[in-house]
Ligand binder design. Structure first.
Ligand code: CA
Length: 225
């Protein structure tokens, strides 16, 4: 997997690149937004890690330009601590994930693995398949066994999150952060409601896929034989 890392703090860029290389990623660095955008528009890279505060062209503008050019490859945005607005703007601009600086490299690795898995799971551009279900997370349609349901955005986001993290439990807190944002006042009960809606729809059209409650942790998607 080849990564483009756009970061103007050169010392940090090199340190992170070293860790990535140790973990068998190949990495190219760009140190400003303009050169980052040029590299990002090539088809060489699988994932782009994009700092927001960059000289010449900021990260959000780079991301918007990429999405305008129909470059759909996954982008992780790096936000400085507390820049909640940047995070929101980033997600609105089409970022797949975000990470607050300073971050642990283990955290970055986990995000990269998740996006890598997602890449493998993607059958067409915007479809995730798990068991007997198929989710189009752009049209928000859930298909199974010749039937379909139109999901709400939250249900689709929740199902996407569960499928991407298949094989492990995902915490209620993570679900809140992903669906409502870090700074929201959403509570566990909001998650329970969304899970209940999604379970109901799954139970009607899927013969295999279930959402299991992992007591004290959160939820996990499961496929029964
Ligand atoms: Ca920066």
């Amino acid at each position: 997997m080849k990564i483009l890392y756009v970061e103007d703090e050169i010392y940090m860029a090199k340190a992170v690149a070293q860790v990535l290389k140790k973990n068998n990623y190949s990495v190219d660095l760009a140190h400003d937004g303009e050169s980052g955008l040029i590299l990002a528009t090539s088809d060489v890279y699988d994932i782009v890690i994009l700092d927001i505060m960059l000289p010449k062209l900021d990260g959000i503008s780079v991301l918007k330009e990429m999405r305008n050019k129909n470059i759909t490859k996954p982008v992780i945005l790096l936000t400085a601590k507390g820049e909640v607005e940047d995070k929101v703007r980033g997600l609105d601009s089409g970022a797949d994930d975000y990470l607050a600086k300073p971050f642990q490299t283990e955290e970055l690795m986990a995000r990269l693995r998740a996006l890598g898995r997602r890449k493998e799971l993607v059958a067409t551009n915007d479809t995730l398949i798990y068991g007997d279900i198929e989710l189009n997370y752009n049209s928000l349609d859930l298909f199974a066994n010749g039937h379909n349901f139109h999901l709400t955005l939250k249900e689709s986001q929740l199902l996407e999150l569960l499928i991407i993290n298949k094989g492990r439990a995902i915490s209620t807190q993570t679900i809140i952060e992903k669906l409502w944002g870090w700074d929201s006042d959403a509570e566990d009960s909001h998650v329970q409601v969304q899970i209940a809606f999604l379970r109901k729809k799954l139970s009607i059209i899927s013969k295999k896929v279930k959402i299991k409650t992992i007591r004290g942790v959160g939820y996990m998607i499961l496929e029964s034989e």
